[in-house]
Design a binder for this molecule. Structure first.
Ligand code: PGA
Length: 243
């Protein structure tokens, strides 16, 4: 069954979260494949309503004097089970590097949390034929010094930076063939380097209009969904159509 992971970014205030929960909780109840990554301040609201949750980011350090950060231990202590690392918005806005993703992944694995590693090329890199080169570099450093067992716990999200929406208008997205090709390349790359199979998701402007078409890609293990995960009706539609 494909995973449906909602990355709610910083879109919602408390009232939005409450109505989202009211409108999705019956549908999401008992669905092991649906995970919500809210802002940290709302994680407990989701957990109290039996949602599976993920963080959107984790501290480079473990517990201690790191003002404004949330550690892997803290995420675990409230019942979080997943965490996004290396999202392109954090790479761009917070100068997160490939080395950082490696440290964060190790911190998460030490607490038995499942990392969701975002990788993907910019439009310029794609136009210059650098897609695979960029993705392999991102994976190679993020997976550095991990055992096969550890590597196998990581979920990779292929998120071409140019396909990520601005929260209002969806961007153009790759064709199913293009997504399938990259997904298989990522799986092969990790198999060759780490001797293990990884799950690969697609992210970037997934919505209720394109989900049925995307669901035809059998090689894909699921989705990381931004803008469309803040809208209960749209998210319910996506969950219901994804098997
Ligand atoms: P989007 O975001 O679905 O709004 O394009 C995806 C993501 O950034 O994870």
């Amino acid at each position: 069954m494909k995973l449906v992971i909602g990355n709610q970014k910083s879109y919602m205030n408390k009232a939005d979260v409450e109505s989202f929960i009211n409108e999705t909780k019956d549908n999401i109840f008992n669905r092991e494949n649906v995970i919500i990554c809210p802002s940290d301040i709302y994680i407990s609201s989701y957990i109290d309503n039996n949602y599976r949750t993920g963080g959107q980011n984790v501290s480079l350090k473990m517990n201690g004097p790191t003002t404004g950060e949330v550690s892997a231990q803290q995420l675990k202590s409230v019942g979080v089970t997943y965490c996004v690392v290396g999202h392109s918005e954090r790479r761009k806005d917070n100068s997160e590097t490939d080395i950082d993703t490696n440290i964060k992944i190790k911190n998460l694995l030490a607490e038995q949390l499942i990392p969701i590693l975002c990788v993907g090329e910019s439009r310029e890199e794609r136009e210059n034929g650098l897609c695979l080169e960029v993705i392999s570099r991102e994976i190679n450093t993020a997976f550095k010094d991990l055992s096969s067992d550890q590597a196998g716990q990581i979920i990779v999200a292929y998120e071409p930076v140019w396909a990520i929406s601005d929260g209002i208008n969806p961007a153009s997205i790759p064709t199913n063939e293009e997504i399938k090709e990259i997904v298989l390349q990522i799986k092969d790359y990790v198999m060759n380097n780490n001797q293990v199979e990884v799950k690969v998701l697609y992210g970037g402007s997934v919505n209720d209009k394109n989900i049925d078409e995307l669901n035809l890609i059998i090689e894909l293990d699921g989705y990381l969904i931004g803008g469309a995960s803040k809208n209960a009706k749209e998210f319910n539609y996506i969950i219901n159509s994804t098997k």
